[in-house]
Design a protein around this ligand. Structure first.
Ligand code: CA
Length: 370
C-alpha cells in the first residue's frame, strides 16, 4: 500500500513538475476564461432567453469551466439591437439574437434568418448542415467580425396581432406594423408602415397605439408578453417567418484564439440548443394557443388564400430586388432557392402528404384518462 501510494504521489508530482516547467504559473490561471454573452431577449424570456442560458450552461459545463459564459438580457450591458456592435468591437465575446436584426450592417443576414414562404425549420437545418448554409452564414458573419452558429429555431411563427380583419391586400395599406426582416420589407411593399422593435418594446407600443399591429413569435411567446390585451385578431400562418433561426455570434478574434477542443464544445452546444429551442416551441405552442382562445377570448383567423398568394408574389419580387443590389444576398438567396426547390419536391411526397393524411376523417385512438 505504502509503496503504491509513494509511486502515485511521485507520478502526480512528476506531472505537476512537467506542467510547471512547460507553462509558467500565470498561464494556468489564463486557462480559465470568463466570457459574457449579450442577448436581444429579455433575460430568461421563455424559449429565447432560456435558450441562451442553456447554451451558456452547456459551454461552461462541457468545458469543465475552462470557458464559463454568463448571459445578459437586452439592455443589461447594451441595448438589445446594439448586441452585434458589442460583440464585434470586443466589449463582450459573444451574443445571441436573430440574424435579421443585423440587416442594416449585412443585408444578407435577413436571408439567413428566414425567407418569407421559404423553408421549414427542419429544411433550414438541413440547409445549414448539408446545403452549404453554414459556410455562407460564416461568410456573411465574417464581414460583421463574428463567427456564426445556428442557435435555436422558432419553427413556424404566427402571422401576427391585428385589431382589424385582413380580408385583402388592401388592408395592409397604411397599417403601422412591427415586423422585422424580409417579412417587414414585404409588408412595406404592400403599403404598410413598418417598424422594428426589440421584444421588450412591443407590448407598450401596441397598447399605446404607437403601432396598429405586430407579430412576435408564436403562442408560447406571445402569451408571455400579453399581446392579447391589446389586439383582438390572431392571424396564421406566419408566412413571413415559416421558421426563424436564432444566431450565436462570437467575436472572430476571440473565436480563433480558442483551443480546438473548446471550439468543438461550443459547436456541439449550439447544435444541441438549436434543436432544443425548436422542441420547446413545438411542445408548448398549442397549450398556449388554447389558453389564448379559451381564457383570453382571442379570435383566431387564417389569412385568406388570396392574401397569402398576393404576399407570396410580392415576397418573390422584393427579395429579388434586394438581392440584385447586394452580391452576398444574391449568393445566399440563390443557395436557399436551389435547396428549397428540392425540399419542396420531397415534402410533397413526405410531410405534406402525411400531414394531409393525418387530417383525413377517421376514428383514431385517444390517450386513456388515467
Ligand atoms: Ca417574428
Amino acid at each position: 500500500m505504502k509503496r503504491r501510494q509513494f509511486i502515485k504521489g511521485t507520478a502526480v508530482a512528476g506531472v505537476a513538475g512537467v506542467a510547471a516547467s512547460s507553462f509558467p504559473a500565470p498561464a494556468i490561471s489564463k486557462d480559465t476564461m470568463e466570457w459574457r454573452m449579450v442577448t436581444t431577449w429579455p433575460k430568461n424570456f421563455p424559449g429565447l432567453g432560456t435558450g441562451a442560458e442553456l447554451l451558456a450552461k452547456f459551454i461552461t459545463e462541457g468545458t469543465g469551466g475552462r470557458l464559463s459564459v454568463k448571459v445578459f438580457g437586452g439592455g443589461e450591458i447594451v441595448p438589445a439591437f446594439e448586441s452585434m456592435d458589442a460583440v464585434a468591437n470586443g466589449t463582450v465575446e459573444m451574443g445571441h439574437g436573430a440574424p435579421y436584426y443585423w440587416k442594416g450592417k449585412a443585408a444578407a443576414a435577413q436571408f439567413i434568418a428566414s425567407m418569407p414562404f421559404g423553408m421549414t425549420a427542419q429544411e433550414q437545418n438541413a440547409w445549414f448542415q448539408y446545403g452549404g448554409g453554414q459556410e455562407l452564414a460564416d461568410e456573411v458573419y465574417k464581414g460583421l467580425g463574428c463567427k456564426f452558429f445556428p442557435s435555436g429555431n422558432t419553427g413556424t411563427q404566427m402571422g401576427g396581432w391585428f385589431n382589424k380583419e385582413i380580408t385583402s391586400l388592401e388592408d395592409y395599406k397604411g397599417l403601422k406594423m412591427r415586423i422585422p426582416g424580409l417579412g417587414g420589407e414585404v409588408v412595406k411593399a404592400a403599403g404598410g408602415n413598418v417598424v422594428n422593435l426589440p421584444g421588450a418594446e412591443i407590448p407598450p407600443a401596441l397598447q399605446s397605439g404607437a403601432i396598429d399591429a405586430t407579430e412576435w413569435v408564436g403562442p408560447y411567446n406571445d402569451l408571455a408578453f400579453g399581446l392579447y390585451k391589446s389586439a383582438k385578431y390572431y392571424y396564421y400562418p406566419g408566412w413571413h417567418e415559416p421558421a426563424t433561426v436564432l444566431d450565436n455570434f462570437i467575436n472572430i478574434q476571440a473565436w480563433e484564439k480558442l483551443p480546438d477542443d473548446i471550439k468543438s464544445v461550443v459547436e456541439s452546444a449550439n447544435t444541441a440548443v438549436n434543436q432544443m429551442v425548436l422542441s420547446e416551441f413545438i411542445a408548448r405552442n398549442n397549450a398556449s394557443l388554447r389558453s389564448l382562445v379559451n381564457d383570453h377570448g382571442v379570435v383566431l383567423k387564417k389569412f385568406p388564400d388570396e392574401v397569402l398568394a398576393g404576399l407570396g408574389a410580392i415576397a418573390g419580387k422584393v427579395m429579388n430586388d434586394l438581392a440584385s443590389g447586394d452580391p452576398l444576398s444574391r449568393k445566399v438567396m440563390d443557395s436557399i432557392l436551389t435547396f428549397r426547390k428540392d425540399a419542396k419536391a420531397w415534402s410533397v411526397v413526405s410531410e405534406t402528404a402525411f400531414t394531409a393524411a393525418r387530417h383525413l376523417d377517421f376514428p383514431y385512438a385517444e390517450a386513456s384518462k388515467g
